[in-house]
Ligand binder design. Structure first.
Ligand code: GLP
Length: 241
């Protein structure tokens, strides 16, 4: 794993945007894996800025998001589809039909899981996956204990994940109990991974990722076995590691 240090959140977002833009310019038909949460918001803002200023084109880019809450429709402001439209898709020239987010309000969740996995495969897999990390080491919504062999599946969110994501909802009771997420094996099939880590709330998670054992009790630890992972972390997250 390669680790790049940034002074703060803004610099992390700027470096992440440069990293992505370089890949997009090199391979205009790149398949990107995208993440939600607070961490990549600054990255998306930088991509939008760059698109307006330098006209980096997304005409041939295809995206696959990691996860979605179960039970939320794409029009729900807390759905990850809504998040992606709001922060990125509606500000760039990407074709809506090239943007994929798992469906949270599907009648047949199991079918949705295998369909999503097949869809990624049919497109030739993900070239570059953006990841954030939960403070318990989750990636996507793969909570501690998830099998490293898992593919897209339905998960029950842990109380700590529901609590940390409650800040986006009116109250904790509104946070869904389940989500659909790409699995660990799906994430590991990406040819390249860019992990963003910001803030002292993520310091322990980053330390465990860098120094702990590779173990299913800390899902992100599997990244240590991937051949092409870059971490961009800010000083608050790196601390004295
Ligand atoms: C959510 C998302 C993850 C994200 C994590 C951390 O649970 N499913 O993909 O990495 O939260 O979020 P944040 O970036 O807001 O700390």
């Amino acid at each position: 794993m390669k680790i790049l240090q940034a002074k703060n959140y803004d610099e992390m977002s700027q470096k992440a945007a440069e990293f992505l833009i370089e890949r997009i310019r090199r391979s205009p038909d790149i398949n990107l894996g995208l993440a939600t949460g607070g961490t990549p918001v600054g990255l998306y803002a930088q991509l939008v800025k760059d698109h307006q200023k330098n006209h980096t084109s997304y005409q041939d880019v295809t995206t696959f998001n990691l996860d979605e809450y179960m039970g939320l429709s794409s029009e729900d402001p807390n759905s990850y589809r809504f998040f992606m439209d709001k922060h990125l898709f509606k500000h760039i020239d990407i074709k809506k039909s090239n943007t994929h987010v798992p469906l949270g309000d599907t009648a047949n969740p199991q079918k949705q899981c295998s369909d999503y996995e097949n869809l990624i495969e049919r497109h030739g897999g993900i070239d570059l996956q953006i990841l954030g990390i939960g403070s318990n080491g989750h990636i996507g919504f793969n909570e501690p204990g998830t099998s490293f062999q898992s593919e897209t599946h339905i998960v029950e969110l842990t109380p700590s994940t529901r609590e940390s994501n409650a800040r986006y909802f009116n109250s904790l009771s509104e946070v869904p109990f389940h989500a659909i997420t790409m699995g660990i094996a799906s994430i590991m099939r990406s040819r390249e991974i860019l992990l963003l880590v910001s803030g002292n709330a993520k310091r322990d998670a980053l330390e465990q990722l860098l120094q702990g054992e590779v173990n299913e009790s800390f899902p992100a630890s599997i990244l240590r076995t991937h051949p092409a992972v870059t971490i961009i972390a800010d000083e608050a997250a790196i601390g004295s590691i």
